[in-house]
Design a protein around this ligand. Structure first.
Ligand code: SF4
Ligand code: SF4
Length: 175
């Protein structure tokens, strides 16, 4: 059994693996569309973000670094998200004015891999990528293995729960 520090380092190692793959793909294809300010995927989530417990604790570190006002705004948006019945969802962690992720350095695997990973049941790509891949071809692209990444993260702290559930749990634990 690993210590909390070891588990955290192992999570960061998985994150670095996927980031290296993403850097390789976008660095070798000048037409790659993922870039800062492209927030279409963050505004069109098919479901609230899934995170493991370790990922949630890591994300919480990013939340704690935000100004109180931003944290309160996020909390309100997460509560609204939990009640929302229609899709798609806009991520409550997105700065809607700038299109930047407010917890970028602490975002979970699903965000890091999106656009750069393929799973057994298909790739995790937006329509911008699909159209460009159709045009340029993907024979030379080595996608990150989403299933292997998910297994690695789940191996550190178990299965995922949706973001609103982690928020609700942490609120129940607050004094
Ligand atoms: S996955 Fe698609 S929508 Fe998201 S940043 Fe990349 S190009 Fe933009
Ligand atoms: S956590 Fe950040 S990167 Fe992930 S969907 Fe939300 S705003 Fe986008």
């Amino acid at each position: 059994m690993s210590t909390p520090d070891e588990a955290r380092r192992a999570l960061e190692a998985v994150y670095q693996r996927v980031e290296a793959r993403a850097a390789d793909i976008s660095g070798t294809h000048d037409w790659w569309p993922c870039r800062r300010g492209c927030d279409h995927c963050c505004r069109h989530l098919a479901a609230p973000l899934p995170l493991t417990e370790l990922e949630w604790r890591y994300l919480e570190e990013g939340l704690q670094r935000l100004p109180a006002e931003a944290r309160e705004e996020i909390r309100t948006r997460v509560e609204a998200l939990a009640r929302q019945e229609t899709r798609p969802y806009t991520c409550p962690l997105l700065d809607r004015e700038t299109g930047a992720c407010r917890v970028y350095a602490h975002r979970p695997l699903v965000c890091r891999a999106y656009g750069f990973a393929a799973a057994r049941d298909g790739g995790l790509f937006c329509h911008f990528i699909l159209e460009l891949v159709e045009k340029h071809g993907d024979a030379d692209i080595v996608w990150a293995n989403q299933d292997a990444l998910e297994d690695a993260v789940a191996g550190l702290s178990g299965s995922t729960r949706p973001l609103p559930e982690w928020f609700a749990r942490s609120q129940r634990q607050e004094p």
